[in-house]
Design a protein around this ligand. Structure first.
Ligand code: SF4
Length: 183
């Protein structure tokens, strides 16, 4: 087992519309850098950097893996922080235990910008997603505050190719529009 014990810090963050109420830091007494290339291979949508670090989005929640800590955002309360932290630590440990069956990936990737995403949206500013403009929606998509499926206009047949391209850029499954682990 790679991570045998950890400490959990939970803190409130300033409340803004749509902002998370709590964020947590899982403090580790072991360097988890060696598992990051294996997570990079198995977690869909993961973004690996040579720092090393690994960013991943699960259930609209940003998770960042660092050598001695894991940051978790968008938590409702301490109980949820404890549950999610346990799940993430279990994921690290199970991935480490399976490492001989996984080819590590050192491929680095960056998130698409709002402008890159905007080019493939319908750009009608129809507001069906709840945003005032497609550009606002694109910027929220880029930082994970909106989901591709929230743009219902993309379900129209003329946008099939654009929708597929957006799904590719965001590395999400259709029709759910959410990132999922491959494993
Ligand atoms: S639903 Fe889609 S097309 Fe309509 S404003 Fe939102 S992003 Fe633009």
């Amino acid at each position: 087992m790679l991570v045998e014990e950890y400490n959990l810090d939970v803190e409130t963050i300033p409340c803004e519309p749509g902002a998370a109420k709590f964020a947590a830091t899982v403090r580790l007494n072991v360097d988890i850098s060696p598992v990051l290339p294996y997570l990079n291979r198995t977690l869909r949508g993961a973004i690996y950097t040579s720092a090393p670090s690994l960013g991943w989005k699960k259930d609209k929640r940003n998770i960042a893996f660092w050598p001695f800590k894991i940051s978790i955002g968008d938590l409702a309360d301490r109980a949820e922080a404890e549950r999610v932290a346990r799940e993430i630590v279990d994921l690290v440990n199970s991935t480490w235990e399976r490492r001989e069956q996984i080819e590590p990936s050192y491929e680095t990737r960056r998130r698409p910008t709002g402008l890159e995403l905007y080019k493939f949206l319908p750009r009608t500013n129809c507001k069906a997603c709840g945003e005032a403009t497609c550009f606002v929606f694109a910027n929220k998509l880029a930082v994970g505050q909106a989901r591709l499926v929230d743009c219902t206009a993309l379900e129209e047949p003329q946008y099939t190719e654009q929708r597929a391209k957006l799904a590719e850029l965001l590395d999400v499954d259709l029709p759910t529009g959410v990132q999922r682990a491959n494993s």
